[in-house]
Design a protein around this ligand. Structure first.
Ligand SMILES: [Zn+2]
Length: 375
């Protein structure tokens, strides 16, 4: 009997060894990142199990949204590093809620003169700061500097590093009951005294008296540059701590410039994570590759582009679902989105989010262990 037991154990060891080997023998895997966050009330054990599961599924690094406290990143980062994944702190930039550290006059103003703090566009959390104000930089440089100093951090991941959507993505128009055929004043920022004054000084144009501010090219460029300069200053802060800096951006940058004034191809970043969320633009999974092509070309292939994929959390319900936030790639579409991203020059992909992935994991595994040729 004992012999049989030993034999069985031996067989199990052999089988699991074989499985291990075949996974290691897969010669190639594309780099995969994921947006996630927490930790809420989760224990170290629960977090470690979750991270080990993500690693096992093929995820190489997390962009982790854990608030502003460096201690959170220290604790969670240690657990993430332990399972062998990269750890980046994902912290929204221009969107900041009421905070005793932020003076109320730092918030952006729209073309009607309304403060984003008092009258945010679209949704209550759209409380954007003005990028011109020195206090905005001071707050952000302290925030990112203190988190970048955490040894367990590999990098800082900026998000909402932009103006509010002056044009909302087409897939969201129904949700908000809007037809955004042009730039409307209530969604157009920032018209505070500092922004309009600096612009006047630089160009001689009084944008407040312009007949149609949306047609003034210099004013558009001025605002792209405000964000570009802010990224450059934050990059310095993070690089001084010997950490990397990257950002979630809108696709393009053609779409990114037109909708949220991000000329991100000019930003001083170590990597870019465009949110190539096809459903928001009423497009299929093939579109992801088309936009990746533009993204890679926009940085002359000099910076890694990780193609951000929006996952449908309840695939069986997608056709009945009105809210675009619950749309996204189906299990039958994720393979195409990955393939077309890689064939158009992406360095890897990024999942929004692993928690939304259901039966997607089967097609995902097949797709990430495939070697692609750039077209
Ligand atoms: Zn301003």
């Amino acid at each position: 009997m004992k012999k049989v037991m030993f034999l069985c154990l031996g067989l199990i060891a052999l089988i699991s060894c074989g499985e291990q080997k075949s996974k290691n023998e897969k010669a190639f895997k594309i780099p995969v990142y994921a947006w996630t966050g927490g930790p809420g009330d989760a224990s170290d054990k629960e977090l470690s199990e979750q991270f080990a599961d993500y690693k096992e599924k093929g995820i190489d690094g997390l962009l982790y949204n854990g608030g502003h406290d460096p201690e959170t990143y220290k604790r969670v980062g240690a657990l993430v590093k332990k399972v062998g994944m990269e750890f980046h702190a994902w912290i929204p930039t221009m969107v900041q809620g009421k905070n005793p550290k932020i003076s109320e006059d730092l918030y952006a103003h729209n073309r009607n003169g309304e403060s984003a703090l008092e009258k945010p566009a679209y949704v209550p959390y759209y409380t954007f700061l003005c990028p011109s104000k020195e206090g905005t930089y001071d707050f952000l440089s302290n925030l990112y500097g203190s988190v970048a100093a955490v040894p367990e951090i590999d990098g800082i991941h900026l998000d909402y590093i932009r103006f509010p959507d002056v044009i909302l993505a087409e897939g969201l128009w129904d949700k908000y009951g809007l037809v955004m055929d042009k730039e409307y004043p209530e969604y157009d920022y920032c018209y505070c005294e500092r922004c309009t004054g600096d612009f006047m000084e630089k160009t001689g144009i009084d944008i407040k008296t312009a007949e149609d501010a949306s047609q003034v090219k210099e004013w558009k460029q001025f605002r792209y540059d405000l964000i570009t300069n802010l990224v450059g200053r934050l990059a310095k802060v993070v690089h001084e701590k010997d950490k990397t800096i990257n950002a979630a951006v809108f696709p393009g940058p053609t779409i990114a410039k037109a909708k949220v004034r991000q000329e991100w191809n000019k930003w001083d970043l170590d990597a870019v994570y465009p949110m190539n969320y096809n459903d928001f633009y009423l497009k299929g999974p093939e579109w992801v590759g088309e936009v990746v092509k533009e993204e890679v070309a926009s940085v002359n292939g000099m910076k890694p582009i990780y193609s951000g994929l929006f996952i449908c959390p309840n695939p069986e319900n997608k056709s009945n679902e009105n809210d675009p936030e619950n749309h996204g790639l189906l299990p039958s579409e994720i393979g195409t989105a990955i393939k077309t991203s890689m064939e158009n020059g992406a360095t890897g992909i990024c999942l929004f989010t692993p928690e939304r992935m259901k039966e997607h994991w089967v097609a995902f595994e097949k797709a990430i262990y495939t070697e692609y040729t750039v077209k």
